[in-house]
Design a protein around this ligand. Structure first.
Ligand SMILES: Nc1ncnc2c1ncn2[C@@H]1O[C@H](COP(=O)(O)OP(=O)(O)OP(=O)(O)O)[C@@H](O)[C@H]1O
Ligand SMILES: [Mg+2]
Length: 240
């Protein structure tokens, strides 16, 4: 198999005294959608925050494009091409759509390409075409989620990390969010997707893992996990 884009090896992470992750290992290949699924408090966001450089692992390592990135600053990690759309979306509600997008293009790599990337975003996201002067804070939850994804894409990421992009959205809007993820995948964007919307996440994922109280309990292709009886028993009944 080709060298992975992201290689996570035996990651252990604490929040203060409390250990949140135990020996987390997984690989992501360029061009794929990799999903991390699990219930509330399992440790999904902790994984993304650690990859983004917002938390330091106590043990283990993270390699991105063959180089270690654990221990680097969050700003440097965005520069290298990892972008996180966090829980809560991280938008500036008092700024317009266009201003939020400009702020997304702050990296050295992205800044010179800003105008062109903005046009690409307008082509992919209808909301950006028709609402570029609207204040982000005045938009609906679904529109804000689209904007948050577009803002992250403005940094020209090599890996886009999405933390529960469908959370709190109405079913029809959830569908639109997953359609956007499918479009980005088609465009060749590599995506790490954290979701509690397990059925839809596994349908779109090339590979996925299940995390339970800080440990990986299952890994496989999206298809394999979709038909796994344990997953059905544990999650699909209640969380679909
Ligand atoms: N800043 C923090 N300080 C202390 N404990 C934390 C902190 N953030 C998370 N935790 C704990 O770490 C564990 C993992 O939390 P995390 O937010 O990673 O879970 P999650 O899978 O993202 O959950 P959710 O689906 O609710 O977003 C939980 O037990 C949580 O209470
Ligand atoms: Mg979370």
């Amino acid at each position: 198999m080709a060298n992975p884009l992201l290689n996570v090896v035996d990651l252990n992470v604490f929040h203060g005294e409390a250990q949140a992750l135990w020996d987390i290992s997984f690989q992501i290949q360029a061009g794929e959608v990799f999903a991390i699924i699990g219930s509330n408090g399992a440790g999904k966001s902790t994984i993304l925050k650690t990859l983004a450089g917002l938390l330091r692992p106590s043990a283990g390592r993270v390699e991105f494009l063959g180089s270690r990135i654990d221990g680097r600053s969050a700003a440097r990690i965005v520069d290298l091409g990892l972008a996180l759309v966090p829980e809560g979306r991280g938008l500036f509600s008092g700024l317009t759509v266009a201003e939020n997008l400009e702020l997304g293009a702050f990296t050295k790599r992205a800044r010179p390409l800003m105008k062109q990337t903005m046009e690409e975003m307008a082509a992919t996201f209808q909301i950006i075409r028709i609402r570029s002067d609207q204040l982000a804070g005045k938009m609906s939850g679904g529109e804000q989620q689209m904007l948050a994804i577009a803002k992250a894409l403005m940094s020209k990421p090599r890996l886009l990390m999405l933390d529960e992009p469908s959370l709190g959205l109405a079913p029809l809007v959830v569908k639109t969010v997953f359609e956007i993820i499918a479009t980005l995948k088609q465009q060749g964007v590599t995506i790490l997707l954290v979701e509690q919307n397990i059925h839809q996440a596994l349908r779109i994922a090339d590979h996925a893992c299940v995390i339970k109280t800080g440990r990986i309990t299952l890994v496989g292709t999206g298809k394999e996990l979709l038909s796994d009886p344990e997953i059905h028993k544990a999650y699909m009944g209640s969380l679909r």
